[in-house]
Design a protein around this ligand. Structure first.
Ligand SMILES: NC(=O)C1=CN([C@@H]2O[C@H](COP(=O)(O)OP(=O)(O)OC[C@H]3O[C@@H](n4cnc5c(N)ncnc54)[C@H](O)[C@@H]3O)[C@@H](O)[C@H]2O)[C@H](O)CC1
Ligand SMILES: [K+]
Length: 503
C-alpha cells in the first residue's frame, strides 16, 4: 500500500470529489459511516461517548459520527472548540444536521472552565484537528489535549491524533498531541504512524476505506510504501522440480568470536532454513567443534586466529557474503574488513560489529560494493550516519544514503524501514516486541544472506528477509508468548513462515 503525504491525500480527496463524482458532504458521510461501523462492532449501546470537535472537516466527521451514534441509541455529548470562529462548510452542515436531529447535547468550549468531567469509563472521540493541521498546538486546544490525555478514558482519534503531523514531527512536542488508544485513519495510514517515536500518540491504528478514486491512487507517485503479504509473495522465485543445491547459491557467512559463537550458529541456521544451496561459515579456530556439532549442514572455513576474524577465504567461490554477527571490533578484524570491502565486488550483507567498525572508520562507508545491504538498529544507524532531529529526518537521511551509495539499508525496529538505491522506502508490518531479544538480528542476517545467495536482488532479499523474519517471530510469539521468545525460536518457526508464504 502506498503511503501519501497529507498534501497528496488532500489532492486525492479533491480528485475523487470531482471525478467519481461525489459531493464533499457525501464523502464526509461515507467516512463517518465507516467510523460508525468500526465503533458499532466494538462497543455496546450503553457506552457513552464524549466527542470533541474542531472547526474543520475533522470536526465535521466528528459531528456526523455523533448523529449516527445517537441514531443507534448510543449516549453522545459533543463539545465544540471553535478556534477559528469559522466552521468549514461541511462542518457547519453537519452541525446543522445534528441540531435538527435534536438527540445530542452540544456544548461550546471557549475556555478551560468549559472542559467537561471525563469519567474513566467514557470513550473520548478526538475530532479536533485532522490532516489540516498547520502549526503545533497552543492555547486552548493544547490545554484541552493535555486535559484529555490526563484522563483515564479510552481515546479514539479520527484520521490522525490531533496535534500530530502526518509526516515530520521533529519540531513538535508529542506530549501536546492527543495520545490515542486507537486511530481510525481514512483510506491510508499516515507516514508518521510508521515511526516508532509516535506510537504513544497513534496507539493501534486502523485503516478505514472510504472509496477514494483508484485511478489517482494508482497514478500518484510516492517513495513510501507499506509492505503486505501479497507484495512479498509476488517477489518469491519458484523452486524448480529439477533444481539441485547448485541452483540455490553458495553463501559465505563471516561470524563469531571468542564468547560469541552463538551468533554464528543462529545466523547459519537461519540461512540454511531459508533455502540456501550451500553455506560456508568462516569462524575463528576455537569455534570449530562448536560449529560442526551445532550446525552440521554448514561447511566451516577456519581463521588463522583462535579467537577473532582476521582473514577470509577466496571470494570467488561465493555468490554472496554476510559479515558481522559477533565478530567484535578488534584491530585485526578492522583491517580484515577493510581488505574485504576493498576486494569484494559482490553484494555484502553487513550487520552488527561490521557496522560498528564502519561507524568508527567512516572512510569504509564510501567504498561499500554497490547493492550491499546494511542492517543497523537505531544505535548502529546513528554511529553510521549521525544523530537526527527526529524520525522523519532520520528516514530522509536513510533514503538519501541508500540512493547516493546504491545500497539497501534496513533500519530495524517496529515497522522496519527498508530503503533502496532509488531512494524508495518500504515499511514492514510483521514482527513484535518479543523479537527485541539477543540474537534476533543475527537470524535476520542469515536469512538475507541466504536470499542474496539464491540470486534475489538486494532489495528483494532485504524485503522478503525482513518480512519472513517478522512473520516467524509472530508465529513463534503466538504459541510461546513474547516474553519467552528467544532468537532460536525465530529460526525454529521459519519453516512455518515460509510455508505460509508459499501457500
Ligand atoms: N482524507 C479524506 O479523504 C477525507 C478527510 N476528511 C476529514 O477532513 C480532515 C481534514 O480537514 P481540514 O478541514 O482540511 O482540516 P482540519 O479539520 O484538520 O483543520 C481545520 C482547520 O484548523 C485550523 N488549524 C490548523 N492547525 C491549527 C492549530 N494548530 N490550532 C488551531 N487551528 C488550527 C486550520 O485553519 C484548518 O483549516 C481529515 O483529517 C479528515 O478527518 C473528510 O471528512 C472525508 C474525506
Ligand atoms: K483528530
Amino acid at each position: 500500500m502506498k503511503i501519501f503525504t497529507s498534501k497528496q491525500i488532500a489532492q486525492i480527496d479533491a480528485y475523487s470529489i470531482a471525478n467519481e463524482p461525489i459531493a464533499s458532504i457525501d464523502l464526509m458521510e461515507r467516512a463517518a459511516t465507516q467510523l460508525f461501523f468500526w465503533i458499532e462492532k466494538r462497543y455496546s449501546e450503553e457506552q457513552n461517548f464524549i466527542i470533541f470537535v474542531g472547526s474543520g472537516n475533522n470536526g465535521g466527521d466528528g459531528l456526523a459520527l455523533a448523529r449516527l451514534l445517537s441514531e443507534a441509541k448510543y449516549q453522545v455529548e459533543v463539545y465544540l472548540v471553535n478556534v477559528s470562529q469559522n466552521l468549514s462548510v461541511d462542518c457547519q452542515m453537519n452541525l446543522d444536521r445534528l441540531k435538527i436531529q435534536n438527540l445530542v447535547s452540544i456544548f461550546d468550549i471557549s475556555n478551560s472552565n468549559d472542559f467537561p468531567i471525563i469519567f474513566d469509563d467514557s470513550v473520548v472521540v478526538d475530532a479536533l484537528l485532522g490532516s489540516g493541521l498547520s502549526r503545533i498546538l497552543d492555547g486552548l486546544i493544547k490545554e484541552l489535549v493535555l486535559y484529555i490525555n490526563a484522563s483515564k478514558a479510552e481515546v479514539i482519534a479520527i484520521d490522525i491524533p490531533s496535534g500530530l503531523f502526518g509526516e515530520d514531527n521533529s519540531l513538535n512536542n508529542l506530549n501536546h498531541c492527543i495520545h490515542a488508544d486507537h486511530t481510525l485513519s481514512f483510506q491510508f495510514p499516515k507516514l508518521s504512524f510508521l515511526f516508532p517515536e509516535n506510537i504513544d500518540c497513534v496507539g493501534n491504528w486502523h485503516v478505514l476505506p472510504i472509496g477514494l478514486h483508484s485511478r489517482i491512487i494508482n497514478e500518484m507517485e510516492s517513495p513510501y510504501q507499506l509492505v503486505d503479504e501479497n507484495f512479498i509473495k509476488n517477489r518469491l522465485k519458484k523452486r524448480g522440480r529439477f533444481s539441485h543445491k547448485g541452483n540455490y547459491g553458495h553463501g559465505l557467512l563471516i561470524s563469531g568470536s571468542y564468547g560469541k559463537m552463538g551468533a554464528a550458529i543462529l545466523a547459519s541456521k537461519a540461512a540454511l532454513r531459508s533455502g540456501i544451496g550451500l553455506l560456508s561459515t568462516h569462524i575463528p579456530r576455537l569455534g570449530y567443534d562448536i560449529m560442526q556439532t551445532a550446525v552440521p549442514e554448514s561447511m566451516v572455513s577456519i581463521d588463522r586466529s583462535d579467537i577473532i576474524f582476521t582473514e577470509y577465504p577466496n571470494l570467488e567461490d561465493f555468490d554472496a557474503i554476510g559479515i558481522g554477527p559477533g565478530i567484535d571490533t578488534k584491530h585485526n578484524s578492522v583491517r580484515a574488513l577493510d581488505e574485504l570491502i576493498e576486494e569484494c565486488d559482490k553484494p555484502l550483507v553487513l550487520d552488527a560489529d561490521a557496522l560498528n567498525i564502519i561507524g568508527q572508520n567512516q572512510a569504509l562507508k564510501e567504498r561499500l560494493p554497490k547493492g550491499s545491504i546494511l542492517t543497523p538498529h537505531i544505535k548502529e544507524f546513528e554511529r553510521l550516519l549521525g544523530k537526527s532531529y527526529g524520525a522523519f529526518d532520520r528516514n530522509t537521511k536513510q533514503r538519501d544514503f541508500s540512493k547516493k551509495k546504491a545500497v539497501v539499508m534496513v533500519l530495524k525496529g517496529a515497522f522496519t524501514a527498508i530503503t533502496d538505491e532509488k531512494g524508495r522506502c518500504y515499511f514492514n508490518p510483521t514482527g513484535n516486541p518479543g523479537m527485541a531479544t539477543a540474537g534476533s538480528g543475527d537470524v535476520l542476517t542469515g536469512i538475507i544472506l541466504s536470499l542474496l545467495s539464491q540470486g534475489y536482488s538486494s532489495s528483494d532479499a532485504a524485503l522478503i528477509g525482513v518480512y519472513v523474519h517478522g512473520l516467524a517471530g509472530d508465529l513463534a510469539a503466538e504459541e510461546l508468548g513474547q516474553e519467552a521468545l528467544i532468537a532460536g525460536d525465530i529460526v525454529e518457526y521459519l519453516s512455518k513462515a515460509w510455508k505460509k508464504l508459499r501457500d
